[in-house]
Write a protein that binds this ligand. Structure first.
Ligand SMILES: Cc1cc2nc3c(=O)[nH]c(=O)nc-3n(C[C@H](O)[C@H](O)[C@H](O)COP(=O)(O)OP(=O)(O)OC[C@H]3O[C@@H](n4cnc5c(N)ncnc54)[C@H](O)[C@@H]3O)c2cc1C
Length: 403
């Protein structure tokens, strides 16, 4: 086992696995640690927007996702009360995809391993190791339980909302808002559905996304205060909430539910300081928003791309330059995410009683997403991958905003 690492990445899913992969592809010695057995499913949604799909393509991984039987989604149907808006992505642009996390996370992990990353799963990070005011490694324990230390000049926390690294370095939270919604979802077979369908009505939202194995993910998001409707019998609460939307009961008339009903009520909104001496945060560890906008995965991919560039630039130039590069990465993350965050909060807080207002909030959020997609960095292109002909690559230099 290699003992001398240049980077330790804590957390091996949407943020951590591609970050480790990109660093290893740059020739660095990387340790990737996760406490889960990998690969495995994860209690999350999984719609990947075109900005995220573009990165999968640039990394040489989109083909693998599609070959795993994940449908390419180009049509979107939005219903706000009785108003219906249908839209389609151009043939030349990247599609949306909604791979099960067991599929997506396995592909990301395999790519990291192929790039030379050393992976330790079922291994818990206990906290950072400090040396003269800098993070210089981590304390961790594996299946045997004994704590040991591994050192590296950079430690990245891609360890999700309850990040141990964030807690260990004392990363402050800012621009926070409490959980505004609670989400409930299940997988169904026998639903004829080729589009991403999103519905808003009476304070609630529902989404239906086609995923692997001919199934759809159907979820409902209700105001946080309505959680009690699901207490006692989560399956009945979910079914009632889903079928309150016009036409949904008929659409699911001959469908069978293929999974238990899952739920998540802790959906906080925050930014966390994401850089410091020898450390940085990526993905949900550094920023989380209500999943209404379905953008956490695409943002985690963007973090991976940007942080890999910052670490490469900084490591070569010494500790001070490294800290400056990590600070610049975190400032870029905040700038790219601020607009989407603000408009997503406004939509999550809306009671959807006025269809015109809900439509306007949806339009503003979608404009903010388009703006965020124009911001740096462009996806790191794997040398073996040609871009999709005519595809608009989010953040590509020709479309960069003047800062
Ligand atoms: C209900 C719900 C629906 C969502 N729907 C969507 C959607 O449709 N589209 C979308 O883009 N986003 C969606 N999101 C958001 C998206 O899932 C997240 O933003 C994304 O998974 C973040 O990835 P991550 O790698 O940062 O964190 P995570 O996926 O949380 O991974 C963190 C990893 O760190 C590991 N870890 C944590 N602590 C330790 C430790 N101490 N030691 C070792 N390992 C540790 C964990 O085991 C885990 O594997 C949704 C989220 C929720 C909750």
């Amino acid at each position: 086992m290699t003992k001398h690492f240049q980077v330790i990445v804590c957390g091996a899913r949407c943020a951590g696995a591609p970050l480790a992969m990109l660093l290893a592809r740059k020739g660095m010695r990387v340790l990737l640690v996760d406490r889960d057995p990998l690969p495995s499913d994860s209690l999350n949604g999984h719609l990947v927007k075109p900005a995220g799909t573009a990165r999968l393509a640039a990394w040489g991984l989109l083909d693998k996702v599609l070959r795993a039987g994940t449908p390419a989604l180009r049509r979107r149907r939005l219903e706000v009360d009785t108003q219906v808006v249908e839209s389609a992505l151009d043939d030349g642009s990247y599609p949306m995809v909604a791979p099960r996390r067991s599929v997506l996370d396995a592909i990301l992990l395999e790519a990291a391993v192929s790039a030379g990353v050393q992976v330790e799963d079922r291994t818990t990070v206990r906290g950072p190791k400090w040396d003269s005011g800098r993070v210089s490694g981590i304390r961790l324990s594996g299946r045997g339980g004994a704590e040991r230390v591994v050192t590296a000049p950079v430690v990245t926390g891609a360890d999700g909302r309850h990040s141990t690294i964030a807690r260990g370095v004392g990363a402050e939270i800012y621009d926070a808002a409490p959980s505004l919604t609670a989400a409930y979802w299940a997988y169904w077979a026998g639903v004829d559905h080729s589009a991403v369908a999103v519905r808003y009505r009476g304070g609630s939202m529902s989404g239906v996304f086609p995923t692997n194995a001919g199934q759809v993910l159907a979820f409902v998001a209700v105001p946080a205060g309505d959680r009690k409707r699901f207490h006692g019998d989560i399956a009945a609460g979910y079914r009632n909430a889903l079928f309150e939307f016009d036409g949904v009961e008929a659409m699911f008339a001959s469908a069978t539910r293929e999974s238990r009903v899952l739920g998540m009520a802790h959906l906080p909104n925050y930014f966390r300081r994401s850089h410091g001496p020898g450390w940085a945060l990526a993905g949900d560890a550094g920023h989380h928003k209500d999943p209404l906008v379905a953008r956490g995965i695409s943002d985690a991919f963007r973090d991976a791309d940007a942080l890999a560039v910052a670490v490469e630039d900084g490591l070569a130039a010494g500790p001070r330059a490294l800290d400056r590069a990590l600070a610049s990465y975190a400032a870029g993350r905040d700038a790219a995410c601020a607009g989407v965050y603000r408009h997503n909060l406004a939509l999550a807080a809306d009671d959807h009683q006025d269809p015109a207002r809900t439509l306007e909030l949806v339009r503003r959020l979608s404009d903010a997403e388009a703006q965020a997609d124009l911001r740096f960095p462009a996806p790191s292109t794997h040398p073996l991958v040609a871009p999709l002909p005519g595809a608009a690559v989010p953040g590509s230099p020709s479309r960069l905003e003047k800062q």
